[in-house]
Design a protein around this ligand. Structure first.
Ligand code: LMR
Length: 356
């Protein structure tokens, strides 16, 4: 009897052991995998390259887009961002996207005006009287026409982003009147309107790459430059310049470009999610760029003793008078219709324009 009991007990024990082992093995469907591992080979990678520092409107918007893209595609898309020109400099990135070595870039719109001349509109001096008018231009009819113009057989214009208004700095005197520019030697970003603007001010220019600007300001090869407060701060230009004029004379906008073959090869649901991510990232950009530049100004004031002058109304009027011929000169390049939309926007935002 004892023997039978023993056999029964051992059989029950073995049965229990088998049952537990079987359950453990068959339950692997419940095991949670690390996101990084799941479908690793199917993950779509978007390389996004740009030249600015991480704490700037463009870089932060790119990071925002990366987060949203990952979230909206449940991790099927990973956007890898490459700031500070670590992959490509200004000129190289345009070749890189055309060749598909990166899938996204967001150059200053001025830097691609040789391919898309209509974008010159965004560099016109004093084109945008208010911050609201920038948003309206970038997301409204003007922006839509400009984006349409950036569609080619190799590129898709995805969105227009804002950095903010440009200011001027110099280590050769304060720049308050147009005459003060005489004899200055400025680093400029490439762009026909920008060149013309400085021609009218009798400034010699050089299209030095963004990431070499500090060095050239420091060693005195150039006397000044124009850029936004967030770029002046994040690249420390204020350290090697004596004067800064808050002039708000021009806009620094970006055109977000996507490689067309890459885009066309994406499944439709991914395209839809990326479009949504871009729309939200663009909204975020437009809401936050102004604050980022304001904060940059405060930090510049705290960290340096650069002399800062805010353009008075009269000074601004004399700059506008000097620079106004650019509008007429670029009408054939930008197109009459687009330019007249801009002039209507300017008037609606309180600007007196020349045909008044
Ligand atoms: C510059 O070259 O100054 C700017 O285009 C940099 C940037 O992308 O904001």
């Amino acid at each position: 009897m004892k023997k039978v009991m023993w056999v029964l007990l051992v059989s029950m024990f073995l049965g229990l052991l088998l049952y537990t082992t079987f359950n453990l093995l068959s339950n692997d469907k419940d095991i949670v995998y690390d996101d990084e591992q799941e479908g690793l080979n199917d993950q779509i990678i978007i390389k996004f390259s740009y030249v600015v520092a991480e704490n700037t409107p463009k870089a932060l918007t790119a990071q925002k887009f990366a987060e949203l893209a990952q979230e909206k595609t449940n991790g099927r898309v990973k956007v890898e961002v490459f700031p500070n020109g670590i992959l490509y400099s200004d000129e190289e990135e345009i070749e890189a996207i055309k060749n598909g070595n990166v899938q996204m870039i967001a150059p200053a719109s001025s830097k691609v005006t040789s391919i898309f001349p209509e974008l010159n509109l965004l560099d016109l001096p004093f084109a945008f009287p208010t911050y609201e008018s920038i948003d309206e231009a970038l997301t409204g009819e003007i922006g839509k026409s400009l984006l349409k113009a950036t569609n080619t057989d190799r590129l898709i214009g995805f969105s227009l982003w804002n950095n903010g208004f440009k200011q001027v700095t110099s280590n050769r005197g304060s720049l308050t009147q147009p005459e003060d520019f005489q004899g200055q030697y400025f680093r400029v970003m490439p762009g026909d309107v920008i060149e013309k603007q400085f021609d009218l001010l009798n400034v010699q220019t050089s299209q030095i790459p963004f990431n070499l600007t500090y060095l050239n300001l420091e060693n005195g090869t150039i006397t000044g430059q124009e850029n936004t407060l967030s770029n002046i701060y994040s690249k420390k230009f204020y350290e090697v310049q004596d004067h800064m004029t808050i002039s708000n004379h021009g806009l620094l906008s970006y055109v977000v470009l996507m490689n067309k073959d890459f885009w066309n090869g994406l499944p439709q649901d991914i395209q839809k999610s990326l479009n949504e991510a871009m729309e939200e990232a663009t909204d975020w950009n437009l809401q936050n760029a102004l604050t980022m530049n304001k904060n940059a100004l405060e930090k510049i004031k705290k960290k340096s003793d650069i002399h800062i002058h805010e353009l008075t109304r009269e000074e601004k009027e004399s700059w506008m008078k000097e620079l106004n011929p650019v509008y007429e000169q670029f009408e054939p390049v930008i197109g009459k219709e687009l330019l007249s939309k801009l002039q209507s926007l300017r008037k609606a935002n309180g600007m007196r324009v020349s045909d008044d």
